[in-house]
Design a protein around this ligand. Structure first.
Ligand code: PGA
Length: 232
């Protein structure tokens, strides 16, 4: 397996700063007591906006090899756009952002046109983009850095924790790679410390996007550790 691994934890709309504090304390103590080569993986954490400044401080205070990402970003710049967080604001804390998650497409009616505008805004502001697609037919805009294939029915909140079969997931990722050969593709949907290695061992899967498992510091840490352990 000769690929640079990628993992992004998506806390969704969970955790306030107090809970985030406990998460970072535990993650930092696990990190201190289990050293390994973090250069083999890019590990991103995407907390809610309200915890981003705190997470930013914690990463520095504990010297963690984690990057931060937003779960979304506005397609607009600074201006009269009530409730929006723009790229410049997000970039104060984050280097990445998720765009196009199926929960936003479904619950907030986000369309391809809007999502393409968000990618354009993110890229022009220097953010790296993880673009979520729900199957191989979903359009992907130019310039995204990672494509996250997440079948909505396999997301733990929907499936109760049943992931897609790894070979089927790999077949879909292979088709996506075929359309976008220079962009790494990751899988999301009920990934755990137990199944993560079987996903990343697939030839067309370069990493994972855990939601539920990333909210538990021990699970998220173990996922990273297990991924690195099987990487030469
Ligand atoms: P899950 O979420 O790992 O809880 O299935 C993944 C996601 O929605 O990004």
């Amino acid at each position: 397996m000769n690929k640079k691994l990628f993992i992004a934890g998506n806390w969704k709309s969970y955790k306030g700063v107090q809970e985030a504090k406990g998460w970072f304390e535990k993650f930092a103590s696990l990190s201190d007591s289990n050293p390994f080569d973090w250069s083999k993986i890019t590990a991103v954490l995407c907390p809610p906006y309200t915890s981003l400044p705190f997470a930013y401080e914690q990463i520095r205070a504990h010297k963690l090899s984690l990057l931060l990402g937003g779960q979304d970003v506005s397609s607009f710049g600074a201006g009269a756009y009530t409730g929006e967080i723009n790229v410049e604001q997000l970039s104060e804390f984050a280097t990445w952002t998720i765009i196009g998650h199926s929960e936003r497409r479904r619950n907030l009616g986000e369309t391809d046109t809007l999502l393409f505008d968000k990618v354009k805004a993110a890229k022009s502001g220097g953010l790296k983009v993880m673009y979520c697609v729900q199957d191989e037919a979903v359009m992907v805009p130019e310039g995204v850095d990672i494509i996250a294939y997440e079948p909505p029915w396999a997301i733990s909140a929907v499936s109760g924790g049943v992931a897609q079969n790894v070979e089927s997931a790999n077949r879909v990722c292979e088709k996506i790679v075929g359309h976008h050969p220079s962009v790494p593709v990751i899988y999301g949907g009920s990934t755990t410390p137990e199944n993560v290695v079987s996903f990343i061992k697939q030839p067309h899967i370069s990493g994972v996007l855990p939601g539920g498992a990333s909210m538990d510091p021990e699970k998220f840490f173990t996922m990273i550790k297990n991924m690195v352990a099987v990487t030469p």
